[in-house]
Design a protein around this ligand. Structure first.
Ligand code: GLU
Length: 307
């Protein structure tokens, strides 16, 4: 298939949709981003890469980082991780507090904020220090993207910390239920730093290859997790990767995917390729409006779907 031609077609068709929606203004540093931007990248397991738009422009990966910390924690804790965080869709917004109270401080899944905070907490405990844990997170992201220059944007994490009342509430609530080992503020701070990782669609699509290939990077041969663990991460992406719009994403796109409020979305076609799309204006669920549509078009045109 001529993937470049498919991407070019999508790029032309998506133009009227760019800027529709709203950038994530609850994080002041993100409210300044130009909503008209768009990029789409894919890379096959053989390393053939195709791009359109601003594919080298870095943006804030935000919740896409939850995928990488989930991988690290699953590798360390294996099944015992699920004693602290579930694998059910939440059906609630990403930062909801209500369900957490009802369910005694055990988050539904690793991709809502509460679940991601528990995962980050588990990494801080394992590495016995928040800086060391963050070094491991950055190191892992650099390895899977095969790019040692990747870093985070302190302006974004500081801006989020200054306004992080809701995430701090989630962390304190879980602490009160004994589902957080470390100081809530330290956990939230580390979580905001991982969310502030700055990457392009080119780098993110590359970073997804281990999940397309049973946990081993097909280009470097590095083994990160086992095939069963990879299947589980992909399953949780499919069912929980887009918050309360996860059903809709599975229905329209039908690929394991994870979105972030920076407007990025990553997805995998198991056995075939890593995908990343970016456009900062979000729909009412906090997922990229044009990005979601572009992925839908990609699946329609390429016929690549897990269903
Ligand atoms: N850092 C964001 C928050 O915690 C991530 C949300 C997202 O990307 O969905 O609110």
């Amino acid at each position: 298939m001529d993937y470049q031609a498919v991407l070019e077609e999508i790029y032309a068709e998506i133009q009227p949709e760019l800027g529709r929606g709203k950038v994530a203004d609850y994080i002041p540093a993100l409210s300044k981003v130009d909503p008209q931007q768009f990029a789409f990248s894919i890379i096959t397991e053989k390393g053939e890469a195709y791009h359109v738009g601003d594919a080298q422009k870095n943006f804030s990966i935000q919740s896409i980082s939850k995928l990488f910390t989930f991988t690290l924690a699953l590798d360390i804790y294996s099944k015992s991780l699920y004693e602290r965080v579930g694998v059910e869709p939440s059906g609630t917004p990403f930062n909801s507090l209500v369900q957490l109270e009802y369910e005694h401080g055990k988050p539904r899944n690793p991709f809502i904020n509460a679940g991601a905070l528990v995962i980050t907490d588990s990494l801080i405990s394992h590495y016995q220090d928040d800086y060391k844990a963050f070094e491991k997170i950055i190191g892992f992201i650099r390895d899977i993207a095969d790019d040692q220059s990747i870093s985070f944007d302190p302006e974004v994490s500081t801006s989020e910390m200054e306004n992080g009342y809701r995430n701090l509430s989630l962390a304190h609530l879980m602490k009160s239920f004994d589902n957080l080992d470390n100081d809530p503020r330290t956990v939230v701070q580390t979580y905001f730093k991982q969310c502030a990782m700055s990457m392009s669609t080119e780098k993110l699509s590359r970073a997804m290859l281990y999940l397309a290939n049973g946990g081993t990077d097909p280009l470097t041969g590095k083994k990160y997790i086992t095939p069963p663990q990879t299947r589980r991460i992909n399953a949780v992406m499919l069912t929980c990767g887009h918050y309360d719009a996860s059903g809709e994403f599975a229905f329209h796109v039908g690929l394991p995917g994870k979105s972030g409020v920076g407007g990025g979305i990553v997805a995998v076609v198991p056995g075939k390729m890593g995908i990343s799309v970016w456009s900062p204006a979000l729909n009412k669920y906090g997922n990229s409006h044009a990005g979601t549509l572009a992925l839908q078009k990609f699946v329609e045109k390429s016929g690549l779907s897990i269903f």
